[in-house]
Design a protein around this ligand. Sequence first.
Ligand SMILES: [Zn+2]
Length: 233
Amino acid sequence: MSELLAIMTLQEIDDALDALRTTLAAAQEQLEGDPELAAAREERESIAAELESIRKSQRTLEATIQDLDAKIVRDEGRMYDGSIKTPRDLEALQHEVDNIRASRSQAEDEALEVIARAEELSQRLEAASASVATLEKAWKATATRLKAEVVAVNTKIVAQEAEREAQVGRITPGNVRLYDGLRKRKGSKVVVRAGGNSCAGCRVAIPEPVRRRVINSPTLVQCPHCERILAPG
Ligand SMILES: [Zn+2]
């Protein structure tokens, strides 16, 4: 009976160890990073890239407008400097200037659109950056808490492992092997109650002679169906 109780205590220690290892794994996985922060950073990068491309378009349009202005100045200068001799040539030049002015007007409209879009993107970038900053601050606090949790849980695991070793020392080696083997195959429920008429592990009915041995036998009794160790109850 005391052997059975010792194994039940070992099972409690192992259950506690499993719970601690689950907590540790969850904390370590969380420490790998905040998905919300990663998404916010990605959004910020995407807006920044679009803004850069829009500003490039803006610079190109501004350069185009400057070129057209220079052409207008040049052509208008030619109109009045006396270098054009015939009314027909003058008319042709005037026509060219009109065309350049139309192109300039179109480029200016495009530039205004691009500037408005850049302004909108700037505002979105500012909002996205603020959101990243907020999430970074929260993440820093979370990471600090998680790191402390990992240290604390690791300490508890070390203590539980020492306790397990001590408990194993109180049990016959053959029974430790039986228990360990069952735990590997069955998971956490290795020692189960044989209350009522069935095994609490597999729910299969326990034959009367086995039930009697569970109560009276000084050695461990296993369920004939699932092999779990049976405890009275
Ligand atoms: Zn069973």
